[in-house]
Design a protein around this ligand. Sequence first.
Ligand SMILES: [Zn+2]
Length: 95
Amino acid sequence: MGNPIIDDSKQKCPICCNVVHANPRYPNYVCGDCQTNYPPVTANGDRIDFGNIDAFGGFKSIVNGVTGSESECYINGVKCSAGEARFGGVVIQSA
Ligand SMILES: [Zn+2]
């Protein structure tokens, strides 16, 4: 994959290549449409959800109802990595 950065305000989603708002901290973040259209799965194909542990942040994964700290996931077959976002929430980037 090439450089996702288009300019100071735009970059490309690594999955669908749609233009998204630039985020210099997360140049390979997966856009919301892709996270909706291609729900993240584990390497085994199990659905994996991500979230914060509480209102103060933290990071957790949930697979088959089991909470863990898995960051690896696949979106539309592309290996990605999820993590706690700098200012809350969860960010998923192509790995
Ligand atoms: Zn996308």
